[in-house]
Unconditional design. Structure first.
Length: 734
């Protein structure tokens, strides 16, 4: 937006150096710049200084709106209306105002002012500033329209009165009417009842290009336009027949050079003293510039500024229209997310990322050229393509194939060739069954399913998969509140000595008593807690409860120690407070470190460096046992056992499963035998999981395993079951 030509140089030259001082000083300075920009084109009796003082409260209104939370752009409309109220009605005054607001409002009156060293939040305030500009333009246009309509009504009344007085008093009032007619700021024309133009004023002549012969003497029927609404000429016919007194419409005209003139047209019927229709009086307000401004604002509000594609707002309108189609109509939607786009921004910068998005947008547009196909950018690196018609499943598939094929051609940026990949979720189906929000949610879920499958592919939506994803999302959102409400509880599965069946300890297994889904096992929510970071407070709670329970068992058994095994997640391993938290829990409960065993999965320690192992080594040095859980599934180098601070190997239940058959799988037997021998040579104890039969227990005992757990001995249960478990319950009978 440019400042008016006559003041732009003055403003730029005089105000490039930002002022110092408080907010009120900067508000006053902004008002001065504003006044310089628009005073030359303002029809006012005020001096420039008086006019600038009048702009101070308007500036304060803009500043308050810019800083307000929540933000309200209606303040811009009020400012636009005030400009018209003080006779700033020239389009150059609006242009100058928008230019000053765009260039100086955030600079002078944003948080911290022009001397602020931090730019944090600048983009937010520039976005607010843009919305205030739109509000100013809208308020200006609305106020100018209302002012013009009032003028129209006043002129119409004056014209009608002048005509009646002329007939009644001959020429007494004709001069008064002629003054209004010639000096009016809006176009006025008089035609007979056949539509022949008899008189026009200069304002109307200028609207049509200033050539008298192209207006005067013509018939109004020649000024039809393809965009005329059907009722325009119907109301015209009613007026010339005397069936209505007036009508008001928005009507376009073609000028002699082919350009379009948009007007607010008011046509009134003039009658003689006897009430017989004689003439028609037309009042025209030129709304072309305002219409173009509204169209531009509408375009900016519905299109992505970077790529020029329809944005989320416009796409939702198109999707809603497709989903509300007649019975039998169908739609297909492709939801695209670029794979690894963040790496482009991180490595090459956001400017390169923006150019990549522009190229991707161009390629997507070249893919969606069929009838009923449209492409939009939802934000970031997410795009959507919509197709409609009778066979949308095939069309959506073909569209997805074209998109992936178009993206497969490398894109050159800054001398580099970048290979772009994308994951696409497709939703296809009949109209009138789902809302736009439901369709986008399903497409988003499906897209992430395609990304999880390796990316660079498309997947069709599946109702069951959607339901599972929605359930996972619901569980993820409910996790924090569930911990606060105490919905988690712990069950304990006994660990027994294999040589005599005595209870050695128990493994703590957390459960979630969900209000809707019932009791959930850890496989349903632990991965979600890992992704959200809630695993740290949840794991700390499990450790506290388990250690407290182990101490309670110790009191119940007269001081005898039952070891408690607590699982440690990969995220907890990286938490800097792991060692301190564990020591604090042990000290507060009074449980000795030797009664605690922390279980870490083998996969979590594959390739672990000394920094990751250091907390485990410190805990092991205190006497806490470290168990390597799920051993045999992580493909780790057995030589790594020498450097890991573990004292127990827990064999994965897959080895135990191989011993259910008769005879036992010889390969599994040999593997277990080798692992036990290796572990014992390294002075490590061996625990086996998943023991379900006496035959398994006997075989594993014969192979030298030290402790075991499984349903053969006891299922996970309440804490009091550990204390009540007798020797006969645990000793194998076959």
């Amino acid at each position: 937006m440019r400042l008016p030509a006559q003041t732009a140089g003055e403003t730029v030259a005089g105000d490039t150096a930002a002022p110092h001082g408080g907010l009120e000083d900067r508000i006053g300075r902004f008002a001065t710049i504003w006044g310089r920009a628009i005073f030359p084109v303002t029809a006012t009796s005020l001096t420039r200084a008086e006019f600038e003082r009048h702009l101070v409260p308007l500036t304060r209104t803009l500043v308050d709106a810019l800083r307000a939370r929540p933000f309200d752009s209606s303040a811009g409309q009020r400012v636009g209306q005030e400009l018209v109220a003080v006779h700033c009605t020239d389009p150059e005054a609006l242009a100058g105002t928008l230019g000053v607001v765009e260039s100086y409002l955030v600079l002078y009156c944003g948080p911290g002012g022009p001397d602020a060293e931090s730019v944090e939040g600048t983009e937010e305030y520039r976005s607010r500033c843009a919305r205030l500009q739109h509000g100013i333009a809208a308020g200006f246009a609305r106020a100018l329209r209302e002012r013009t309509l009032k003028e129209q009504e006043a002129i119409a009344r004056s014209a009608l009165t002048a005509r009646i007085d002329a007939q009644q008093a001959l020429h007494a009032s004709e001069e008064r009417f002629r003054a209004v007619f010639e000096g009016a700021a809006i176009g006025i024309g008089i035609a007979d009842l056949e539509g022949n133009v008899l008189e026009i004023n200069d304002a109307l002549l200028q609207m049509f290009g200033g050539m008298d012969g192209h207006v005067r003497g013509r018939n109004v029927s020649e000024w039809s336009h393809p965009d005329d609404t059907p009722h325009v000429w119907r109301m015209y016919g009613e007026l010339v027949r005397g069936e209505r007194e007036s009508y008001r419409v928005e009507k376009p005209y073609y000028r002699h050079d082919g350009t379009v003139l948009w007007t607010n047209l008011t046509v009134s019927l003039l009658r003689d003293a006897g009430g017989v229709p004689q003439y028609q009086l037309a009042l025209m307000e030129d709304t072309t510039e305002r219409r173009l401004l509204n169209l531009r604002l509408r375009y900016e509000a519905t299109h992505d500024a970077l790529t020029g594609l329809p944005n989320r707002t416009l796409f939702f309108e198109r999707l809603a229209k497709a989903l509300s189609g007649a019975g039998g109509s169908r739609f297909g939607l492709c939801y695209l997310d670029l794979d690894g786009f963040k790496a482009v921004n991180d490595s090459l910068g956001h400017s390169a990322g923006d150019r990549l998005l522009v190229e991707v947008a161009d390629r997507l547009q070249s893919c969606a050229t069929g009838p009923g196909e449209v492409v939009a950018r939802l934000g970031g690196d997410e795009f959507v393509a919509l197709t409609t018609g009778p066979d949308t499943e095939e069309k959506a598939t073909e569209l997805a194939v074209r998109i992936l094929s178009a993206l497969s051609v490398p894109i050159r940026l800054d001398g580099r060739e970048l290979t772009v990949r994308g994951s696409i979720g497709i939703v296809e189906g009949p109209a009138r069954e789902r809302t736009p929000a439901e369709v986008l949610r399903s497409a988003d879920i499906t897209m992430y399913r395609a990304k999880a499958a390796g990316g660079n592919r498309f997947e069709f939506a599946d109702a069951a998969a959607d339901a599972r994803a929605i359930t996972r999302h619901g569980l993820t959102n409910a996790l924090p509140a569930a911990l606060e409400r105490g919905e988690f509880f712990i069950e304990y599965q006994p660990l027994v000595h294999m040589h005599d069946g005595s209870v050695h300890g128990a493994e703590a297994l957390v459960r979630w008593s969900h209000p809707q889904h019932g009791v959930l096992g850890p496989d349903r929510f632990i991965p979600l807690a890992e992704r959200t970071g809630l695993i740290v407070p949840l794991g700390h709670w499990v450790l506290e409860e388990s250690v407290r329970q182990a101490r309670a068992w110790q009191h119940q058994k007269g001081g005898a120690t039952l070891r408690i095994n607590v699982n440690l997640s990969p995220t907890q391993l990286h938490h800097p407070g792991l060692v301190a938290d564990t020591i604090r829990v042990l000290e507060s409960s009074g449980l000795s470190p030797g009664a605690l065993c922390l279980e870490v999965t083998e996969s979590a320690l594959i390739g672990a460096d000394d920094e990751l192992l250091e907390p485990l080594r410190r805990l092991a040095a205190l006497g806490v046992d470290i168990a390597l859980d799920d051993f045999g599934t992580g493909y780790s180098n057995l030589a790594n056992l020498r450097r890991l601070p573990v004292s127990v190997l827990k064999l994965d239940r897959s080895f135990t499963k191989g011993m259910q058959q008769h005879p036992a799988n010889p390969v599994d037997v040999k593997i277990v035998e080798g692992i036990v021998a290796l572990a014992h040579s390294l002075e490590l104890a061996v625990t086996v999981e998943g023991v379900e039969t006496g035959a398994q227990a006997a075989q594993l005992r014969a192979l030298g395993c030290d402790t075991a757990q499984g349903w053969y001995y006891a299922r996970p249960g309440a804490a009091d079951r550990i204390h009540n478990l007798s020797l006969s319950d645990a000793v194998p009978t076959s």
